[in-house]
Design a protein around this ligand. Sequence first.
Ligand code: PLP
Length: 387
Amino acid sequence: MHTNLKAFESHTPGCWPDVDAAQWNDWRWQLKNRIHSLKQLEDLMELTPQERAGTLLSGSKLALAITPHFFNLIDRNDPACPIRRQVIPRLEETHISPQEMADPCGEDGDMVAPGLVHRYPDRVLLLVTDRCASYCRYCTRSRVVSGAGEQELHIDFEAAFRYLEAHTEVRDVLISGGDPLLLSDDRLEGILSRLRSIEHIELVRIGSRVPIFLPQRVTPELCAMLKKYHPLWMSVHVNHPRELTQETREALGRLSDAGIPLGNQSVLLNGVNDNLETMKALVHKLIMCRVRPYYLYQLDLILGSSHLQVPVSKGIEIIEGLRGHTSGYAVPQYVIDAPGGGGKVPINPDYVLYSDAEKTVLRNYEGRTFEYPEKENDQAKCGCCRQ
Ligand SMILES: *Cc1c(COP(=O)(O)O)cnc(C)c1O
C-alpha cells in the first residue's frame, strides 16, 4: 500500500469485507468493534516482537483501542508504517527516561476545579471525558485517559461552571479530554448550553480527534446541534497525510458547512511526520479540507515516549522549509509546551539577523539579506548631526 500522499482515499471496508455499509457508517458499530486486544490484532495482522510485547503490557499503562476505520489505514506489510506507530503499543513504551513525567505540562498544578485547568489569563481548558475513539500512544494525558477498565468518568462539572461564572476574565473555553465528541449529543449540548449561559464567555472551542478516528460520529444531527452555540471553533489532530481519507474529508466538510472554523494540531513524531515532504503533503491536504494548520507540537515528555521524540532542530528545519515556500495559511506555529507548566512557547527559525534602534537586518526564506530602517528621530541620530 504505497499510496500517493496527496490522494483522499477510502479504505472501506478493508479488513471487514462482510460488514454492510449501514453498519460501517454507524459510529456505534465502529466503537463496539474497536480493536482492543492482542488476539484481535493478531487475527488481523502480523505484529513485530516489540509491538507484541508492548500490546501485552498496554493495559497497565494506556489502553489499546483502534476503530475499524482507522485500522484500515495501517499498511500491515510495513513495520515502519506511520499510522501503526501512532496507535499500536510498542515495548519501548516501558523505557522511562529520567526527564519524562506523568504530567509533563504541569496541568494538575493549574487545576482550579475538577476537570478545569486555568493557566492563561483569559482562557481555560475543560476536560469533559477520559475516553477517546482510539488511543494515541504518545497521549499527553495518558495519566488520566483510557484507564485499563474503560470506565466512563462521571465528573461533576458544577464546581467548574461556578468557577467560570465567578471569573469574568475568562472569555475562551477549550473543551477537551479525552474526546468531547464521544459524549452523546445531549450530554455535549448540556455542557455547551451551560457555557453559553455565562455571558462573559465569548469563544467556545472543542479539541477532538473524532473526525479522524471516527468520522462516522460527525452526523448531520451533531452538526445541527453544534451550530446553535456559535462562535464555536474546533481543533482536530492529524499527523500524517494518509489520515485524511475521503470519509474524514467529508466529515470535516460537514463541520465547516456548519460554520465551525477548523484548525489542526499535529505532534512532531519520529517515523511519522519528521520530514518536510510528509509535512508539506499534510498541510496541503488540510487546506484542501478547509482546515488551517494551527500548531505543530514538539512531543511532550510523557512517560515512555522517547522512541517518538524528534530533535527540536528538525522541527525548526521543517518550519523553515514551509514558511515562504508555500501558502502562509498552510504553515503551523511550532510550539513547545514548556515542561513543568510554562505553557506553549513559540519556536521559530531566526529571520532577524540584527536589530537596533536604527535598523533591523532580515533574511528571507531564500536566505537573502535585507535591511528595514526605522524612521528617523532625534534620539536615534548620532551626536554630530544633532549639532
Ligand atoms: C493549549 C492550552 C490552551 C489554549 O491555548 P491557545 O494557545 O489559545 O490555543 C488553554 N489552556 C491550556 C491549559 C492549554 O494547554
